[in-house]
Design a protein around this ligand. Structure first.
Ligand SMILES: Nc1ncnc2c1ncn2[C@@H]1O[C@H](COP(=O)(O)OP(=O)(O)OP(=O)(O)O)[C@@H](O)[C@H]1O
Length: 680
């Protein structure tokens, strides 16, 4: 039996209640625990002499207990235990709160390793509540895991240890021997044991490298197999170019980049044997929607239907309104299909789609549900903003007979990453903004300047403009409810600085209909200040909005910040972005500094990849790829190697059906579970 079939409750100390917490982290089975890799490590062997400790720095010291533990009662019924340790270079005080076992755990005259942050006050240097272990046990590197409220790192360590002990003596390695030899990769058993509990730093590097390689290889294999599929023949040939007549109706002149994007699509769809498979990548506000509308019109006028799938209800609604207005004077019938419509509305809409009474269908993932069928789908468009990804794209396309596929994406992706994410697409870049746009001025402020910033927002509103405020981002582990947080924050503003201003709230937990209502009120300028969680991030287009203020800006990735900032500066008014953060870390200064320095999405995306640590790039799954466990795209060398290896393997066995590759094929299927039916 595979360990992926053994429930986590088989591990000692994990009952149903605790298992629910593990499940929150995606760990359901013993196998899941083994592939729940540490996010970082603590190196207990890297000790600092007590005489050299620095305030505010986290370090490990090796010290002998020089005083008995002195426990006293302090306010609130709490206890405080104090003791001193020393080495040849100095003394250090240790303080523990509410731990009655300390005096039995730390024995006078014995030596231990202590890890913690050092503070300096009038009593000298001290460490508060350090972690500690006996010297003999401590000469190792210990894993640090992502946690959730109720689970601590010790519990995770215990579970990982026991899970690993259940691995059989010999485990089958999915990587073929010759690939392992060629790229100098350790075997799977070594990798799994050392990724959790490395014997030394070198072993840890080796283990991680091997697992990253394997994961990128599996990803590459999946993407490549998908690409080979897109070479199927298409029956959708759009021979007549109808785009010029549509462009004429627009109230503005298209930029050259927009024109180029349209003609790339027209050429792809004309007479090539295989369907168009193109990505249009354009920075925020570059006018991708008009390009998309031209492609839809062209498709419809050639006798086919077009489907346009957006990542959120708000965006689908917005695109629907834009399209309806654009096509108002034509005979093109535009339809909206979203999950929040009533069952009856959905049924009627689906009937119209199926019998060909609708020409352009705009919607959310409701478009790809089983019950949606098209009469003659000619072009499937997904507005990805990195949220959809390969699975949904393939599912939408499967609603027609090899229809043309167009993908829109706003956040520019660094080349290395793009190769994987969009390895299966041809790319057109819209590298020009519509004329008359002025750069958004960006400022980074500390919270002590927030009041001044709010005053500035108020002034903008008095001048007739509108503003967005992205409220502090809460993390689940902080135990704060998103809804409560957004409401409290908005209430504070409404009672305080914005007493006389109409403030609206938008957050992820609201019903789609309510969200739409708030957005419509904002679009109509009935709401002047929109307090929101990141739901405004994608595509929202309100030209009158001139300020984007973002609280806890350090908690967002740069690409997300860039997306958010792209919500302003979309019309004729000078616009501003205010990033608020009290995080004093060097990285924060650097990252937010990049935002203040440039409005160029590509530059920002590159910096984002460089500055974020391994794993973080996957933080909010913006990329639309399957969820990866360990890979880090900033390691371009491993990326290149895995690409080369994928090519070699597919040359040897194009569908990975060879017996030696079966395990890799299974892994690929698991990673792309959603696309499985399209990859058989
Ligand atoms: N050539 C143009 N000249 C003037 N205005 C334009 C032009 N093209 C588009 N616009 C306007 O610019 C705004 C942004 O366009 P659009 O919403 O298509 O951008 P986008 O590329 O989809 O951006 P985002 O990714 O931020 O949603 C819209 O209000 C649109 O009407």
């Amino acid at each position: 039996m595979s360990l992926y079939e053994v429930p986590i409750t088989k591990l000692s100390g994990i009952g149903e209640k605790r298992a629910a917490l593990f499940r929150k982290l995606g760990i359901e089975t013993v196998g899941d625990m083994i592939s729940y890799y540490p996010r970082s490590y603590e190196n207990w062997s890297d000790t600092t002499d007590i005489g050299n400790v620095q305030p505010e720095e986290k370090c490990v010291v090796r010290g002998k207990v020089m005083t008995p533990v002195n426990t006293i009662r302090i306010s609130g019924g709490r206890t405080m235990a104090k003791l001193s340790i020393s080495d040849d270079t100095g003394y250090l005080n240790l303080v523990f709160f509410n731990n009655k076992y300390i005096s039995s755990m730390l024995r006078y005259g014995e030596t231990y390793l202590f890890m913690g942050k050092v503070a300096y006050d009038k009593y000298g240097y001290q460490m508060v509540s350090p972690e500690f272990c006996k010297v003999t046990e401590g000469d190792t590197i210990t894993p640090v895991y992502h946690l959730t409220a109720g689970l601590n790192n010790h519990m995770m360590i215990r579970a990982a240890k026991e899970a690993l002990s259940m691995l059989p003596q010999t485990i089958h390695d999915p990587l073929p021997d010759d690939i392992r030899k060629r790229y100098d990769l350790c075997n799977l058993s070594y990798a799994l044991n050392n990724v959790h509990f490395p014997t030394d730093l070198n072993a840890m590097e080796k283990a991680r490298h091997r697992l990253i390689f394997e994961e990128l290889l599996v990803l590459n294999l999946g993407m490549r197999m998908m690409k080979s599929q897109s070479h199927e023949q298409t029956a959708v040939h759009l021979l007549e170019d109808h785009t010029a007549e549509f462009i004429q109706t627009l109230p503005y002149e298209l930029t050259n980049a927009q024109k180029r994007a349209i003609s790339d699509c027209v050429a792809d769809m004309r007479d090539k044997p295989s369907p168009m498979n193109r990505l249009i990548q354009g920075d925020v506000g570059s006018g991708k929607t008009a390009v998309c509308a031209a492609v839809c019109y062209h498709t419809v006028k050639n006798g086919f239907q077009a489907a346009f799938m957006a990542p959120t209800e708000i965006l689908a609604q917005q695109h629907f309104e834009t399209f309806s207005a654009m096509f108002a004077d034509t005979d093109v019938r535009v339809e909206l299909l979203t999950g929040s419509m009533t069952a009856a509305e959905k049924r009627k809409t689906r009937e119209r789609i199926e019998c060909g009474e609708s020409d352009i269908v705009i919607g959310t993932h409701a478009l790809v549900s089983e019950s949606t069928a098209f009469c003659r789908l000619g072009c499937a468009i997904t507005d990805e903003q990195h949220r959809f990804g390969v699975a949904q794209r393939a599912r939408l396309a499967s609603k027609g007979e090899h229809p043309h596929v167009l993908v829109l994406s706003a956040t520019p992706i660094p080349r290395t990453l793009g190769l994987i994410i969009y390895g299966d697409l041809d790319i057109t870049v819209i590298d020009e903004l519509p004329p008359g746009r002025t750069e958004v001025d960006t400022f980074f402020i500390r919270t002590d300047k927030r009041d001044r910033a709010l005053g500035f927002l108020k002034k903008q509103v008095e001048e007739g403009r509108q503003c967005y405020i992205v409220c502090p981002l809460v993390e689940e582990s902080e135990g704060v409810d998103e809804l409560q947080n957004a409401t409290d924050y908005a209430a504070e503003l409404m009672l305080g600085p914005f007493r006389d201003i109409s403030v609206g709230i938008l957050h992820g937990k609201m019903k789609p209909k309510d969200k739409e209502k708030v957005m419509a009120q904002f679009a109509a300028n009935e709401i002047s200040i929109l307090v929101s969680t990141t739901v405004v991030e994608v595509g929202v287009d309100v030209k009158n909005a001139t300020v984007m203020m973002i609280e806890n800006a350090d908690r967002f990735g740069l690409s997300t910040l860039h997306q958010l900032r792209g919500r302003v500066g979309r019309g004729q008014y000078k616009s501003y972005c205010i990033l608020v953060s009290d995080n004093k870390g060097e990285n924060t200064e650097q990252r937010l500094g990049v935002m203040c320095r440039t409005n160029n999405g590509f530059e920002i995306a590159d910096m984002d990849l460089k500055l974020r640590g391994p794993g973080d790039f996957f933080g909010n799954r913006q990329h639309g790829l399957p969820q990866l466990d360990i890979a880090d795209f900033s390691d371009t060398e491993t990326l290149a190697q895995s690409q080369e290896a994928a090519q070699t393997l597919l040359r040897f066995s194009p569908d990975l059906s060879d017996g030696s590759l079966r395990a890799l094929r299974a892994k690929m299927r698991r990673l792309f579970a959603e696309t499985e039916n399209t990859m058989n």
